[in-house]
Design a protein around this ligand. Structure first.
Ligand SMILES: Cc1cc2nc3c(=O)[nH]c(=O)nc-3n(C[C@H](O)[C@H](O)[C@H](O)COP(=O)(O)O)c2cc1C
Ligand code: SF4
Ligand code: FES
Length: 553
């Protein structure tokens, strides 16, 4: 028989004072169903966990079933549900990144040291996926404070000095952006909104979406604006693809360049409201957005509540646009079946224009300064620029804006060359879902479409450089373990497939025919891109590195 989750708090027992306490705690967030995740964050932040009692009280306040509250709370990694008979988690959480670049830099060993040193009633040490700081691997997060190039001494030091809050970087704020002519173009567009050609530059630039799928931006605006209104705009700030940190970079340096682009896009589709879905792993950005959006409201650039920032809660799948929309609606991030597409039926059933952060950053530059800011750069028959997030075995990992026709050798060169003692062996061209290419494919321009013939894609342009010190089977296993942990579990081919693949890849020798069978099923019958592309690390390892797929003992 299934154990009942909420057997202790029946409605008649709910003490009024507890209900009032929670109501006050949640104020001023409205008691609406779609704000469930925001409410869960408030409770988690205040108590450090979600008690059974508070989940019951919240269901009462939101007038929804307790099961609904529980299923949402239990979906997201950043919520800790504590049942009545369970002990609350320790006050302090240390998260150690276990994604590829951090693993290459010794995060496993660091995690073991941290567990030995700190794991106690007061502190817990957890594994966590990529935090978008791969250039400073290994990364550790203590509460909301990130330790770059972490080691035991740095972590100890941060704990002793009670560093638990995010460090706000030195970014271009509203005042300095305005001084440089910021929002002038937006105001011009608003004054001449009947001029149908105001985004001609964008059409000419042929800007494509930089979230991974590469859909043509201007085309998307035209399609969404044809749908019957009212319409919404949603910004995808989930940036969970391991190795990617470009959106974080642009938001932490020039947030208004992105915000102005978002407002331009909202004009293009006459959006009634903009939602920004921002991952919880970027606490500094959540603060920056709060401060800077308030300035936009105070200066009447936007009306109050035109922009609604929603905080993610540690689920990679919420970067998939339909899962993101579910999450914005306060639900579990389960990708939807398509059609209909989100541009037709999106948030609350309304047509929704979805864009990646960096796409909107370029929208401002292109519409303000003309298409040539993008199109003047040409290389290897590719036009435009690309923000490559580069990490792994290079001397200077970081974000590099290069011609979009750059090859892996150009990227390694720009990133200072290989680390001393390391020989270039292989690379991840565009996030974990793009798989692993051998060093011999060193003359392929890393752009949209150019990687199709190698059965992969540029995705989010998260490049990880691997060397002769790295075992391909271990790299592929790291990637598949990520997908296994992040699969939403909605469809069997992906849920069971990732798990089974990880088991086989842990064997002494890979069962290649079985893995290929598994890949075929996952690719052909998974609902979304996670399950369909999770096979890339397996396929590419088999294709290019078959001689390595035996365990070295
Ligand atoms: C599993 C999965 C994860 C994704 N994660 C992100 C993400 O973190 N950020 C993002 O912008 N797009 C992500 N995407 C792509 C989005 O679904 C969508 O195409 C994109 O946000 C559209 O914006 P764009 O046209 O500006 O690129 C993901 C797609 C899949 C299948
Ligand atoms: S493919 Fe995976 S992540 Fe996508 S819906 Fe299916 S189970 Fe969920
Ligand atoms: S921060 Fe660890 S891999 Fe990105």
């Amino acid at each position: 028989m299934k154990k009942k989750m909420f057997n202790h708090f029946e409605e008649k027992e709910i003490p009024k004072e507890d209900l009032n306490f929670l109501k006050n705690l949640l104020y001023p967030i409205e008691l609406r169903r779609d704000l469930l995740i925001e409410h869960l964050h408030v409770i988690q932040d205040h108590f450090g966990y979600l008690s059974e009692k508070n989940l019951t009280l919240l269901s009462k306040l939101l007038k929804i079933s307790k099961v609904e509250v529980y299923e949402v709370a239990s979906f997201y990694a950043h919520f800790d549900i504590v049942k009545n008979n369970e002990v609350a988690p320790p006050n302090l959480t240390i998260r150690v990144c276990n994604s590829l670049s951090c693993e290459l830099s010794g995060s496993k060993e660091l995690e073991a040291e941290l567990l030995e040193e700190f794991n106690s009633k007061e502190v817990r040490v957890l594994k966590a996926p990529c935090m978008g700081r791969c250039f400073a691997a290994p990364t550790v997060e203590i509460s909301h404070y990130h330790v770059d190039k972490a080691n035991i001494t740095k972590v100890k030091d941060a704990i002793i000095n009670k560093r638990i809050n995010p460090v706000i970087p030195n970014y271009e704020n509203y005042e300095s952006y305005i001084n440089k002519g910021g929002y002038k173009k937006l105001n011009e567009i608003i004054s001449n909104i009947n001029d149908n050609n105001w985004y001609d530059s964008l059409i000419k630039s042929d800007l494509r979406g930089l979230g991974g799928a590469g859909f043509r931006t201007a085309k998307k605006w035209q399609l969404v604006s044809k749908e019957k209104g009212p319409r919404y705009l949603a910004v995808n700030g989930d940036e969970g693809e391991p190795g990617t940190f470009k959106d974080r970079h642009y938001l932490e340096t020039e947030p208004h360049m992105f915000l102005e682009g978002m407002l331009m896009a909202s004009l293009a589709v006459s959006a009634e409201k903009c939602f920004i879905y921002m991952r919880d792993e970027y606490p500094a950005i959540l603060k920056i957005l709060k401060v800077e959006i308030a300035k936009l409201e105070d200066n009447k650039i936007i009306s109050k509540n035109f922009i609604d920032v929603r905080r993610g809660a540690g689920a990679y799948i919420c970067g998939e646009e339909s899962a993101m929309i579910e999450s914005i609606e306060g639900k579990r991030g389960l990708p939807r079946h398509r059609p209909p597409f989100v541009g037709q039926v999106g948030i609350f059933g309304r047509p929704t224009l979805v864009h990646n952060v960096e796409t909107l950053y370029w929208v401002t530059k292109i519409i303000r300064d003309g298409p040539q800011v993008f199109t003047n750069t040409k290389k290897n028959n590719c036009i435009g620029l690309r923000s490559y997030s580069v990490s792994g075995r290079v001397k200077k990992p970081g974000l590099y804006l290069l011609p979009s026709g750059s090859t892996i050798l150009d990227i390694i060169y720009t990133a200072g060359g290989m680390i001393e003692g390391h020989t270039f062996k292989a690379y991840q061209p565009g996030g974990a879902s793009s798989g692993i290419l051998p060093a011999s494919l060193n003359n392929v321009p890393l752009d949209f479409d150019t990687l199709n013939e190698h059965n992969t894609f540029i995705g989010s342009a998260a490049v990880v450089i691997l060397s002769n010190h790295d075992e391909i089977r271990q790299v592929a296993l790291n990637m598949i373990e990520f997908f296994k942990a992040e699969s939403c579990g909605q469809c069997t081919p992906c849920r069971v497939g990732c798990e089974k693949a990880a088991t086989i890849m842990n064997e002494k020798e890979w069962d290649i025919p079985l893995l290929e069978d598994l890949c075929e099923v996952m690719e052909s019958s998974s609902i979304c891109g996670l399950g369909q592309a999770a096979t890339n690390p397996i396929r590419s390892s088999i294709k290019y590195f078959s001689d390595e797929l035996k365990k070295h003992v």
